[in-house]
Design a protein around this ligand. Structure first.
Ligand SMILES: *Cc1c(COP(=O)(O)O)cnc(C)c1O
Length: 377
C-alpha cells in the first residue's frame, strides 16, 4: 500500500503524460517554454486571481513576496507553530524574526485569537516591527481568513498565504491561493497538485508585486533589459517539462481528483468518526486533503497505532513530530520559548493516513479496520 500513490496517477494519465513529456523533449524549449505561460494563465484562472508567477519550488514562492515587500531584520512575521519548516524559514532566511502562533485545536490552522495576542504582545515589547502574517492552509484546509484578514487590516499587516498544501481548497467559493496580498504554493510531487520534481507558484492580484516577482525570479533583472539588473534576486524558474506535467495533472485535478480525495475522506469519516478524532472541515470550507489526519488520545496510543499499521503493511506519517518552537533553528531567532498547547497536543497525537485520489474503498476499509482492531485492544 502507498501513502500517496503517484504510480497509480501516472498509470491513469499515461497516454497524455507521455505525449506531454515527449513534446517538451522534441521542442527543446526547456526553460520558460510556452507551457509555462499557459500554465500560469490556467492556474491564475483556477485560483481566481489576476496574476500567477511560477517558480522553482514552494519555498521560493514564499521567499519572493517577502523579498519584494522588503521584509528583513527587525521585522516580525507571524506564523503558526504547527507547520512545515519552510513556512518560517522563508522569513528567517531574510533575517526577519518569526513570531509563532498557536493553532486551533480542531482545524490545525492558525488560531486568530492567538494571532491577535501575539501581535499585541510584539507591539508591547517594541523590539520588532510587525510586518506580515503567514497563515498556512494545513493539510489542504484553508485557514480562517475571515478573522485573519480582519486582524491584518486592524494592525496594518501584509498577509502571505502559505498554500503549499492548500491548492484546490475553498472558503465560501474562493479558492486557496486567493487570500491575502499574495500566496505561495508548491508543486512538490506529494502536494495536492504535484509535478515530477520541484515547482511552485506565487498568486496575487497586485500587478506591481507580480512584476517584482518576475524580476526577482530572474536574478532581479529589469523587465525592459535582461542585462540590466535593478536589484538582487534569485534564480527560480519552473522548468518547461514541469509545466507540461502540471498542465496534464491540472485537467485531472479539476475533472475528478479533488472530488476523489473528498469522497475518500467521507469514507474514512464514516468508518472512523466513532473511534478517533477525524478531520474537521467547518461549514463553508472545502479541503483538498493534502493529508487525512486523525488524532489519538495520547502519544503512546498514536505511536502504538503507527507501529501496528506498519506491521500490517499500512504506511502512515506523523505530520509533524515537532512544533516550530522546538526546532534547533528557532533558538537563533529567539522563538524557541512559549507554550503552544494545541500545537503540542497535535504533535503528540496526530497521525496522517494514506490519502490520494486513487485510493480504493477496499483500501480505506482495510486501513480503518486495522485502526479499529488496534484500538479495541
Ligand atoms: C511543502 C511545503 C512548503 C515548501 O514547498 P517546497 O516546494 O517543498 O519548497 C511550504 N510550506 C508548507 C506548509 C509545505 O507543506
Amino acid at each position: 500500500m502507498q501513502f500517496r500513490d503517484l504510480s497509480a496517477q501516472y498509470a491513469a494519465l499515461k497516454e497524455k503524460m507521455d505525449a506531454a513529456l515527449l513534446g517538451v523533449a522534441q521542442s527543446s524549449r526547456y526553460i520558460l517554454g510556452p507551457q509555462v505561460e499557459e500554465l500560469e494563465r490556467r492556474l491564475a484562472e483556477y485560483v481566481g486571481v489576476k496574476y500567477c508567477v511560477s517558480c522553482a519550488n514552494g519555498t521560493d514562492a514564499l521567499i519572493m513576496p517577502l523579498m519584494a515587500w522588503g521584509i528583513g531584520k527587525g521585522d516580525a512575521v507571524f506564523a503558526p507553530d504547527f507547520t512545515y519548516f519552510a513556512s518560517i524559514n522563508c522569513a528567517m532566511g531574510l533575517g526577519a524574526s518569526p513570531v509563532l502562533v498557536d493553532i486551533d485545536s480542531r482545524t490545525f490552522n492558525m488560531s486568530p485569537k492567538s494571532l491577535e495576542a501575539a501581535i499585541v504582545n510584539t507591539l508591547d515589547e517594541g523590539r520588532l516591527t510587525p510586518r506580515a502574517i503567514i497563515p498556512v492552509d494545513l493539510f489542504g484546509l484553508p485557514a480562517d481568513y475571515d478573522e485573519i484578514l480582519r486582524i491584518a487590516k486592524k494592525y496594518g499587516l501584509l498577509v502571505l498565504e502559505d498554500a503549499a498544501q492548500g491548492f484546490g481548497g475553498m472558503l465560501r467559493g474562493r479558492r486557496a491561493g486567493s487570500f491575502g496580498d499574495a500566496a505561495g504554493t508548491s508543486f512538490f510531487p506529494a502536494k495536492p497538485l504535484g509535478c515530477y520534481g520541484d515547482g511552485g507558484a506565487v498568486f496575487t492580484n497586485d500587478a506591481a508585486l507580480a512584476e517584482s516577482i518576475r524580476s526577482l525570479r530572474a536574478q532581479g533583472r529589469s523587465p525592459e533589459d535582461k542585462y540590466d539588473n535593478r536589484t538582487t534576486g534569485i534564480n527560480s524558474r519552473l522548468d518547461t517539462i514541469q509545466a507540461a506535467v502540471l498542465l496534464v495533472k491540472l485537467d485531472a485535478f479539476e475533472e475528478y481528483e479533488l472530488d476523489a480525495v473528498n469522497a475518500a475522506a467521507k469514507k474514512y469519516d464514516a468508518l472512523l468518526s466513532d473511534t478517533v478524532v477525524t478531520p474537521l472541515i467547518p461549514d463553508g470550507y472545502l479541503s483538498s486533503f493534502a493529508q487525512y489526519t486523525i488524532m489519538l488520545n495520547d502519544r503512546a496510543e498514536r505511536d502504538g497505532l503507527a507501529a501496528h499499521l506498519k506491521q500490517k503493511g499500512i504506511p502512515s506519517m506523523v505530520y509533524y513530530p515537532r512544533g516550530m518552537h522546538e526546532q534547533t533553528a528557532a533558538k537563533v531567532f529567539g522563538c524557541d520559548g512559549g507554550s503552544f498547547q494545541n500545537s503540542e497536543r497535535a504533535v503528540a497525537t496526530c497521525l496522517s493516513l494514506p490519502m490520494h485520489p486513487y485510493l480504493t474503498d477496499e483500501t480505506i476499509e482495510t486501513v480503518a479496520g486495522e485502526i479499529k482492531s488496534f484500538l479495541k485492544k
